[in-house]
Ligand binder design. Sequence first.
Ligand code: ZN
Length: 171
Amino acid sequence: MHTTMHKKTSRPRELTPQAKIMRTLQKQGLKLTRQRKVILEVFLDMDGHPSPEEIHREIHRQGHNLGISTVYRTLKVLVETGVVRKLEFGDGQGRYEQRDERTQHLHLVCKQCGQTFEVPTIAVDWLFEELAENHAFALHSHTAYLYGLCDACIAESSENRDNHEEERITP
Ligand SMILES: [Zn+2]
């Protein structure tokens, strides 16, 4: 479960994702300063849902000197343009992902270890569309968070339970 859901599928296309996003931003009249380009390139190369701190760390690791406030400001701008989405996993920090309308997914969030798993929403897309329709709402995109325990944490908790069988109190 852990490995398969993280796998990124590569789609053949004429433009690299980076180039495509740069073009989208330029069309919107956003000035692509050197700083913004660095932040965007580092962010797009990172897997998962990095936080501003993680992006900032990676920027430094690659030898660029940018302040964390610049990272925050740029992410905010990128969210406003719609190419980046801000997510809340309940761990107190905003996390960011590239927004791609063609690969809509929902997030399974493990409340124990904080891992998140992306699940394609194809099977439930009709439900979101129906919900929107019932409210005369023009649906552009969607995401959802499902909170619970991942399989590793379930296994761990059942191991602990087996070890402390005598202490177990049934709720
Ligand atoms: Zn977990």
